[in-house]
Design a protein around this ligand. Structure first.
Ligand SMILES: O=P(O)(O)OC[C@H]1O[C@@H](O)[C@H](O)[C@@H](O)[C@@H]1O
Length: 292
């Protein structure tokens, strides 16, 4: 689908990547076709809603650091996934890329609707590679002045059941990570990926004073508070990953300024660990995030 008839969208090229630039009277956004990765979203008069690294590289075969990478059909390190997910990978286990195959795959724009209030985009990818059973994925994105909605649909087109994990890996800007709180997870249990994947219980609001990498049981809205700004995240999944690399890990991350950990946090809408999704042949599933 080309953008010639679009009122608000036009193609942009950044280094090696094709990007859809969206200039609507009420907001602006950028969306990379590689990985169906939303890179920016900024309503008029607001600061950017998503964090994007000042050292971002737009290269084929590597995910851009920031925005909302789509992790699919597995989340994180494949070897840390339940056997029900791992068993489908048809390559060599140690060659499985972190966060799955979709973030570096090329997606196509398959539908575009736009009016004075909103822009709706649908991106699709068919067979991602020979490394996974036949499945299709579609990402629907709705941009509005007052909200951002992402819906990641998966369909099992193979003749056998398939189990996946996945994430909408949302990078959010913060003023100072040391003063940030995340509400909505009080009393919930989580897996601490930095403490031998032990199960722990959250006491009070989530605050940050060290590297943080956790898979929470979650239900209901989450509220990120950073200075005067707050964001509400509503998802339909039962797990959420909260991640900040802090000082040491920041030095090892690609496309990441060593100080950038102070200005970002990831609150990731996931189906991960205990919350993986089993799909029968022909069955579909939708993972949804609404940010307001
Ligand atoms: O560097 P990547 O592959 O984009 O991953 C970033 C982070 O993504 C998070 O989701 C993981 O929980 C972290 O462990 C990981 O470091």
């Amino acid at each position: 689908m080309n953008l010639q008839r679009s009122t608000f969208c036009r193609p942009i090229r950044r280094q090696q990547l094709d990007i859809i630039g969206i200039q609507h009277p009420l907001f602006s956004a950028e969306l990379a076709l590689q990985g169906a990765q939303l890179l920016n979203f900024q309503p008029q008069g607001d600061p950017p809603w998503l964090w994007l690294s000042e050292q971002a590289d737009y290269l084929q075969g590597s995910s851009v650091r920031g925005g909302i990478p789509v992790c699919w059909p597995w989340f994180g390190d494949l070897r840390r996934n339940p056997q029900a997910v791992q068993q489908h990978f048809q390559g060599n286990g140690s060659s499985a890329p972190a966060h799955g195959l979709a973030r570096t795959a090329l997606w196509q724009l398959s539908a575009l609707k736009e009016d004075v209030h909103q822009v709706d985009l649908t991106l699709a990818t068919q067979q991602l590679s020979r490394l996974w059973p036949t499945m299709s994925a579609q990402l629907h994105i709705t941009l509005r002045r007052d909200r951002l909605v992402l819906r990641l649909n998966s369909r099992n087109d193979s003749p056998n059941p398939v189990t996946i994990s996945q994430a909408l890996h949302t990078y959010l800007p913060v003023e100072d990570i040391r003063t940030v709180t995340v509400g909505g997870l009080q009393g919930n249990t989580y897996i601490d990926a930095l403490d031998d994947w032990q199960s722990r219980q959250q006491q009070g609001l989530v605050r940050f004073s060290a590297e943080t990498d956790r898979i929470y049981h979650s239900q209901g809205p989450l509220r990120l508070q950073s200075g005067q700004h707050s964001r509400t995240l509503v998802s339909n999944s039962a797990s959420t990953v909260v991640w900040n690399p802090w000082i040491n890990k920041s030095q090892r991350l690609s496309q990441f300024h060593p100080d950038a950990w102070q200005r970002m946090v990831c609150i990731e809408t996931t189906n991960a660990a205990f919350d993986c999704v089993a799909l029968q042949p022909g069955q579909q599933h939708s993972l949804q995030l609404q940010l307001t």
